[in-house]
Design a protein around this ligand. Sequence first.
Ligand code: BGC
Length: 773
Amino acid sequence: MIKRNAISGYKRAAMLCLLITAVVAGTYAQTGGAKSGGMNTFISNLMSKMTLEEKIGQLNLPSAGEFTTGTATNSDIGKNVKEGRVGGLFNIKGVDKIKAIQKVAVEESRMKIPMLFGMDVIHGYETTFPIPLGLSCTWNMRSIEQSARIAAVEASADGISWTFSPMVDIARDPRWGRVSEGNGEDPYLGSQIAKAMIKGYQGDYSQPTNIMACVKHYALYGAAEAGRDYNTVDMSHIRMYNEYFPPYKAAVDAGVGSVMASFNVVDGIPATGNKWLLTDVLRKQWGFNGFVVTDYTGINEMIDHGMGDLQAVSALALKAGVDMDMVGEGFLKTLKQSLEEKKITLAEINTACRNVLVAKYKLGLFTDPYKYCNDQRAKTEIFTPEHRSIARRIAAESFVLLKNEKETLPLKKTSKIALIGPLADAANNMAGTWSVATVQDRSISVLAGLKAAAGDKAAVLYAKGCNLTEDAALEERATMFGKTLNRERDTRTPEVMKEEALKIANEADVIVAAMGESAEFSGESSSRTDLDIPGRQQDLLKALLKTGKPVVLVLFTGRPLTLNWEQQHLPAILNVWFGGSEAGAAIADVLFGDVNPSGKLTMSFPQNVGQIPLYYAHLNTGRPLPEGKWFQKFRSNYLDVSNDPLYPFGYGIGYSAFTYDNLSLSSKSLKGNQTLKASVTLTNSGKYDGAEVVQLYIRDLVGSVSRPVKELKGFQKIGLKAGESTKVTFEITPEDLKFYNSQLKYDWEPGAFEIMIGGNSRDVKKEQVNWTK
Ligand code: BGC
């Protein structure tokens, strides 16, 4: 009886909502809804009926605890939902569970306000795409957008309305485990990817397959000192604006619905309590009109940052511009008291509450709180053959061929292959870090992929060869959500395992070594100081090489590794990151040449850890090395290693060779708003059809502040048949020359510029122009 009343009560409220929102909902979809009067009136009406506690309740985001990245636990969620103390919930998977909780919110709570259901849908839902660092190496914005679109289709079919993605933190220190979750070192590329992801997730919010994105971690999280997760960040404003802020701003420009504050300090104040960051820059300078959520217990962690007790840090966060408190319940527990003590204002609570309600409105939850709970869709739209085949194509596109001597690759399907390594038969490790919705062991392993592709033509022999590392304790620390995904440690002695591997290696025509890091070695709280392939695996590689058989390293990693030995000695290295659900199938596609690899690195690979941070867009210094030298006394260099990366940003080869000729400029002297056209002739001079990422870099030779030696300003991924040539043209306008000067004014300065085009950041053709105002 109570239930029925509740339902009809909800229906009455919903009808009212419908009356008010039906008209605006239609226009909302077309206009993006930013200034819809209907929405504002609706929310004002709603808020006029809410108690203070209910308003504070909207700011509370507990974790349902199915996957955790922290330690705090929330108080009774069911009771809190019923009593109007929860605005959203995350870390919960499954449409039935979500529907049941939504039902309590909209039928049993007094205000019947629907909840947001969030999840870290980072690189796919059940159909898992490559880890973001891998995805970025496709340099294909259509593929990246499509991956986000499919993630949104699947997540929305399963009850999720909000994803904590994209992560766009610029990262130049591969010791930091979370480089795997981002798009590498470059602000321009990172900005393009941010836009593509948001478009893929959010669309225009008009469809039940559009979910809200959350750009993170605002800001500068990727610059943690020494690559140690959560560590201090300290940088100049000019660097923030020119190098670290652009992808967040691009996300705001693309209409991202929410922003997650980062864990680190910015200018000495934790981002979560930093008003300059969350209000002055984000809202006033960039015009952000969505809502800000903390990271997991971000408010509580300000106590450890030394900013005061729970009440003080909660007030600090609210006043800085935080709208929603993830997990820590600081808002829930202290805002009322802070209001009574006049430490915060009602207007501040109202603003935060309104921002959260606007998000729910934009998503259409007031019109249909079950918009994302469609059992039928959940049964038919998740992990579909179509999604999987797209994931397979995109995975192959993310692989970066680092070396291929004497045409070791592609392999013949008729060869006898010895597949060896701890990651060769590790289906549950293929999805990589932050793949919470993935059914891990449903992914395709390398062994399964090779066998399926070769059919009965090739013989694929397999041996594990060794455990991932020698150090069982290290392996135990490396977990994802407290779980290890790969490893039953093999209890046989290293000698016995090696012997088994050498036996099949000696029988084979070629050795494929599936080695590197496991998925749990990168991601959150997974920083490393040693970036070599773990020793035990290297020993095995050396032994395999001694057989005299060609060794192809299929490298799994969530970060740039130091691969000097491998580069020197192995004939072929294919970096496959973590390719997602279809990893093994995609690896087979590339190894057998059904797909010609076209990925290019988005993070420089250092020669050794001592060079870090190492990135292509560095300043020149007053004592740069003369070109062609790697050491000179009293110059900026090291005694023991050159300044060069092992593999530069933008690098990656394929089975074809691409040549660049005839860099030509439409003019060498330009004025004002003219457009410069820069072209090259690109030729596929190899025997395979393939695709090449043509990259445009610019250097501003003279400025009021020192400018980087190169900055990426454009790229095009061009497909060419073997033997074919084409002219590739970039258009450059003064917009591409702009930067933030020491007054943080965004403008361009006249003078000389180098225009460079090439297939990576090192090997470029260049010309100079003069551009006056
Ligand atoms: C991570 C975020 C993530 C959040 C929720 C945190 O520990 O830093 O990236 O979105 O947990 O799972």
